[in-house]
Design a protein around this ligand. Structure first.
Ligand code: NAD
Length: 350
């Protein structure tokens, strides 16, 4: 056991708690010293898996060797656990969505500021390769000026688990997936958002949304379209981005996809073609070699960098990679999305 390692306890030993155990075990400079779950079964499983378990959350808080509390419990409990941990002198890593609304996050941030503790949200999907490849194309203007960015997550298994079906626990797909998708776009497109339009879907009959369609319109007029669906037996591509001189598509998490780039402005005018029951010039295919196809650029990424950054911040060597101001903005965008869906109206934003 190295004295340099930062000691962490995971609170909530469910799906994501176990995933953090796995990643932390693969990460230097951080050491898991125990687990706490309010339910007996996960506590037992944690012991069987060789982890020290705390008998209560108070025991976690009063253990002086514990420097970091990592929260992987249902969404409604994040605020209370975070505030108690910070007040007990711990730094906190919190799962997404950080809280149920922006006001709860503001409360946590105030306490973190008062107690001078680091509070960070695990927006891990910033480290997804599909996103980083799209961001690279966007940042390098590889498609000209990108004006339409679409992200889709389509599944057919409905809302998973138990608490995700219920509003009081912070269930629903906007809080579950929307938070990731919006987070990624808002760190990529560095513009003010003019308006938000959203239509939630309730096809499964739950009290929470089982999917949604969301459109953000930025100051320059570019749009980001998001769609999450849990009753989709076929999936549209996870990314579709179009710029003035190119288009990129990524079909799936295996990075199948391609980039098409305009090579010459010649051949602008086409001979009309018969298409379906009609005739079209506008949609006629381009001539050979006027648009070429390229592979999606690959980007090396490692989610362990999230934990390394957190430790660097604790040691005063870096700023948070996932800034709390960004997280707060995402919470506000989701609030505007709920408002838009309820009113069936476009909502003005910043
Ligand atoms: P889960 O239901 O599988 O596990 C939650 C665990 O927390 C359960 O074992 C439950 O008994 C325990 N728990 C509940 N209240 C508690 C409390 N007050 N104190 C201690 N333990 C408590 O849920 P999950 O899928 O692991 O989700 C947990 C969190 O992780 C959620 O916020 C979710 O949004 C997030 N999550 C993030 C990702 C990601 O990729 N970042 C993926 C999945 C889940």
């Amino acid at each position: 056991m190295s004295i340099d390692k930062h000691k962490v306890v995971i609170v909530g030993y469910g799906g994501m708690g176990k995933q953090h155990v796995k990643k932390i075990t693969e990460t230097d400079r951080i050491e898991l010293v125990g687990v706490f779950d309010i339910e007996e079964e996960p506590q037992k499983t944690a012991q069987e898996n060789g982890h020290h378990t705390y008998l209560s959350f108070e025991d976690v808080l009063s253990d002086d060797q514990v420097e970091i509390v990592l929260i992987a419990t249902p969404n409604d409990s994040h605020k209370d656990i975070a505030i108690r941990a910070i007040k007990a002198g711990k730094h906190v890593i919190c799962e997404k969505p950080v809280t149920l609304n922006s006001q709860e996050l503001e409360e946590i941030l105030e306490v973190a500021e008062t107690h001078q503790k680091v509070f960070a949200v695990h927006q891990n999907r910033r480290w997804d390769e599909d996103f980083l490849s799209i961001k690279k194309l966007y940042d390098e203007n590889a498609l000209g000026e990108a004006f339409s960015i679409e992200q889709r997550i389509h599944g057919s298994r409905g809302i998973p688990g138990d608490w995700r079906h219920q509003k009081e626990y912070g269930g629903g797909m906007m809080l579950d997936w929307g938070v990731h998708l919006i987070d990624r776009i808002t760190i990529m497109v560095k513009e003010k958002i003019k308006s938000v339009y959203c239509k939630m879907s309730y096809v499964l009959g739950n009290e929470v949304d089982d999917g949604f369609k969301l459109v953000l319109t930025f100051e320059s007029g570019k749009t980001a379209v998001f769609e999450v669906g849990t009753s989709h037996y076929l999936s549209l591509p996870i990314w579709f981005m179009t710029g003035t001189t190119g288009t990129a598509v990524i079909h799936d998490w295996n990075m199948n996809g391609k980039v098409a780039k305009l090579m010459t402005h010649e051949d602008r005018d086409a001979t009309p073609i018969e298409a379906g029951a009609g005739l079209t010039k506008t949609m006629a295919p381009r001539g050979e070699n006027t648009v070429n196809e390229f592979p999606i650029p690959r980007v090396a990424t490692d989610i362990r960098d999230f934990y390394y950054n957190f430790m660097d911040v604790i040691e005063g060597k870096a700023e948070l990679a996932v800034k709390n101001s960004d997280v707060l903005r995402v919470m506000k965008i989701m609030e505007a999305a709920f408002e838009s869906s309820e009113l069936n109206q476009v909502v003005n934003f910043e």
